[in-house]
Write a protein that binds this ligand. Structure first.
Ligand SMILES: C[S@@+](CC[C@H](N)C(=O)[O-])C[C@H]1O[C@@H](n2cnc3c(N)ncnc32)[C@H](O)[C@@H]1O
Length: 211
């Protein structure tokens, strides 16, 4: 999205409570990549319309998006996976502080290795993929089978700073990730079991609904 339009929309968004502001500051200070405000705003609106009873999030970081989802959908149960122990610990503290420990269950570990545990806690009405960009297709295929019939999968960063649309990507470390994200997007758009829309908001949000 054009930067000035994005800034304009952000300026219209209601201010967040003190805890969220503290988390946003920490994320900025420690360069923890939480979801962009314009994108989380769109995702939360889709979720309010969808009203999922159970949500699976892949990529907790410090618990920011999990708490934003829980605020938007107070009745929803959220299972969220984080591979980094320090971030998972920080997320636990914030979730405790927000009084949401009974609603948000953090699983610490690699989402690629937690299939059985995640399955036991499912099925899920919504899945939010926001972890290692190179693994999106694996996450989607692994956990898509745990989605209820009316379920939706939300995937963040699918436009990956615009690299997916660039003819060439100069930085080597981004080139292969951009290629993987392009493959993921093509796979979503051609999928027999899902119908997907890609929204150019934040870093790109894909919303996939079961056909
Ligand atoms: C973009 S951040 C998540 C931001 C969070 N959803 C938010 O908006 O507040 C991605 C997180 O995914 C975690 N992660 C990366 N690969 C993972 C994996 N295989 N399993 C679980 N977590 C993973 C990273 O440690 C990082 O904290």
């Amino acid at each position: 999205m054009n930067q000035s339009i994005s800034q304009y929309i952000e300026s219209l968004l209601p201010s967040r409570n003190e805890l969220f502001q503290e988390m946003e500051s920490l994320a900025e200070k420690e360069r923890i990549p939480i979801m962009e405000q314009t994108a989380i705003d769109v995702m939360l609106q889709f979720m309010r319309m969808q009203n999922p009873a159970k949500i699976l999030e892949i990529g907790t970081a410090i618990g920011y998006s999990a708490l934003r989802m829980s605020e938007a959908l107070p009745e929803a149960e959220i299972v969220t996976i984080e591979i980094d122990p320090d971030r998972a610990e920080q997320a636990r503290k914030y979730i405790q502080e927000a009084g949401k420990a009974d609603r948000i269950n953090i699983l610490e570990g690699d989402a690629l290795e937690l299939l059985e545990k995640v399955k036991e806690l499912g099925p899920y009405d919504a899945i939010f993929i926001d972890a290692a960009k190179g693994q999106y297709l694996k996450f989607f295929n692994m956990y898509g089978s745990m989605l209820t019939t009316q379920g939706c999968i939300y995937s963040d960063n699918v436009l990956f700073r615009g690299y997916v649309a660039a003819e060439t990507v100069d930085q080597r470390r981004f080139r292969s990730l951009a290629r993987k994200m392009k493959e993921f997007n093509s796979c979503l758009m051609e999928h027999d079991e899902y119908i997907t829309t890609i929204i150019p908001v934040g870093d790109g949000l894909a919303v996939s609904k079961k056909r």
